[in-house]
Design a protein around this ligand. Structure first.
Ligand SMILES: N[C@@H](CCC(=O)N[C@@H](CS)C(=O)NCC(=O)O)C(=O)O
Length: 223
């Protein structure tokens, strides 16, 4: 099987990028420069007409949406334990994954790309101002989820559901918290999440992806 992952540094594509690396998959990471608008070019639109990353291409077939892509990776590489086994644990993991993807992620999009929601400059500014505290509140929810996992002696977010293994939720926490720092939300205030991010960032597969994407975890830090 040949696998190609279209990603952009620091984008949500970080999540499947990490899972592929952690699973030991043989894959070709292919960079898309979103800031240069490459996603709107004909070449990329032939792969994903919705002009977004990530796209995973397996055996010549394209798959989009990180929830679907990560589900596919989990099924292809069961030894990596990315998906809980029991129906309930799996549903609880997906509940949080869906919330991160359909709520926390678009909250940041309103801050980072308000032009996607209104052409009016004043509306964009007010949308941005409105969503910064919303983003902070949602990051605080993630912080609490990690606190619950750690209080139960777990190492990873899915621990309270009986699955103390690295999942997409851990990688997404890093991405969303890092995005918060782009919006001026100090990530170190989320003490549980920030400590968790430091712990997972040094896992060898994570460290390789952070290096490949050249990510600074806290954009508010001086260095
Ligand atoms: N729901 C989609 C969201 C994908 C998404 O928002 N991708 C962003 C990067 S994080 C993107 O490609 N943006 C480029 C653009 O909108 O121009 C998913 O889960 O894959």
């Amino acid at each position: 099987m040949t696998i190609q992952l279209y990603f952009s540094p620091g984008a949500c594509s970080f999540v499947p990028h990490v899972l592929l690396e952690m699973a030991g998959a043989s894959f070709e990471p292919t960079m898309v420069k979103l800031h240069k608008g490459e996603q709107y070019g004909d070449e990329y639109k032939a792969i994903n007409p919705r002009s977004q990353v990530p796209v995973l291409v397996a055996n010549g077939q394209a798959l989009t949406q990180i929830v679907a892509i990560c589900g596919y990776i989990a099924a292809q590489f069961p030894a990596a334990n990315f998906m809980p086994q029991s129906a309930w644990a799996q549903a609880k993991m997906l509940e949080t994954f869906a919330w991160m993807n359909n709520t926390v992620h678009p909250t940041f999009t309103h801050i980072f790309m308000p032009q996607k929601f209104s052409e009016d400059a004043a509306a964009q500014a007010s949308m941005k101002a409105f969503h910064i505290p919303q983003m902070a509140a949602r990051l605080a929810e993630i912080d609490a989820l990690i606190g619950q996992a750690k209080a139960k002696g777990g190492q990873f977010i899915a621990a309270p559901w009986g699955h103390d293994h690295f999942t997409a939720l851990d990688a997404y926490t890093l991405t969303l918290t890092r995005w918060g720092s782009i919006a001026g939300i100090d990530p170190t205030q989320f003490t549980q999440a920030w400590a968790h991010i430091q712990q997972i960032a040094v896992l060898p597969a994570m460290a390789r992806v952070i290096e490949r994407e050249r990510l600074q975890l806290n954009l508010m830090a001086k260095t």
